[in-house]
Design a protein around this ligand. Structure first.
Ligand code: SF4
Ligand code: FES
Length: 236
């Protein structure tokens, strides 16, 4: 540590000093570069889930995720080594093989940047779930969900404190769910929309947008929403 309490390290051959307690991602940001991310969002607590942000640290056996790894004195970091790029590319190829990323433009862009092959794992088992349409405000399509947990955190401690969403199941069958798989109106959801705002893949989608994609015009959408409200009222 330097006399002013900062940590000195080297990133891609450039020496710099950063505040103690900074993450590698923040340190990389100081060099003017951006680390590619999926699960990280500035408004939610980083959990280091997707691993797209990995970097290479000299002397370290594994590639640490930059969003949750703290800087250490004397680190020598590479952000674009062949190993880093291969790892990021493989993560994207594996995700693409198992999750519907057709409405995730940022991730499609990352795949293009890294030269990821969308056909690399043709035999992979896709995660497929029926569309959940159980409330007047939004739909949930977990076939598009890559389990970044952003929605769970936005619904919970990071924003809304509603805790309507949680993570359930194991391995390939794990998914985001409500308690006991209850329909959304029977949960603590307040329909704030924060979960939709942080979802990177459009797995969570505003109902109007969903209907427009189905080819309905605004008059038809108003009618659909009215019918949904009536159904909900009658079921009370
Ligand atoms: S629904 Fe969206 S925000 Fe929630 S975990 Fe899946 S991809 Fe992430
Ligand atoms: S962005 Fe760092 S692990 Fe996902």
């Amino acid at each position: 540590m330097t006399a002013n309490g900062k940590i000195s390290l080297t990133i891609d051959g450039r020496e710099l000093e950063v505040e103690s307690g900074s993450t590698l991602m923040e340190a990389v940001g100081q060099t003017g570069q951006e680390t590619p991310v999926i699960c990280y969002h500035e408004a939610t607590t980083p959990e280091g889930l997707c691993r797209l942000c990995v970097v290479e640290v000299e002397g370290w056996r594994t590639l640490p995720p930059a969003c949750v790894t703290a800087v250490q004195e004397g680190m020598v970091v590479l952000t674009d080594s062949e190993r880093v790029e291969r790892s990021r590319r493989t993560i994207l190829e594996m995700l693409n093989a198992s999750v519907d990323l057709s409405q995730a433009p940022k991730i499609q862009e990352q795949m293009g940047d890294l030269g990821a092959d969308p056909e690399r794992f043709p035999g992979a088992r896709a995660r497929q779930f029926p569309l959940l349409d159980d409330n007047p405000f939004y739909v949930r399509d977990y076939s598009k969900c890559l389990m970044c947990w952003r929605c769970v955190q936005a619904c919970g401690v990071d924003m809304q404190l509603s805790f309507a969403l949680s993570v359930g199941g194991r391995g390939h069958d794990s998914k985001i769910k409500t308690f006991f798989d209850n329909p959304m109106p029977d949960t603590t959801c307040v329909f704030c929309g924060d979960c939709i705002a942080v979802c990177p893949t459009n797995a969570l989608k505003d109902k109007t947008k969903h209907y427009l994609e189905q080819g309905l015009d605004y008059d038809a959408i108003r009618l659909e929403k009215k019918k949904a409200r009536m159904r909900e009222k009658n079921s009370d």
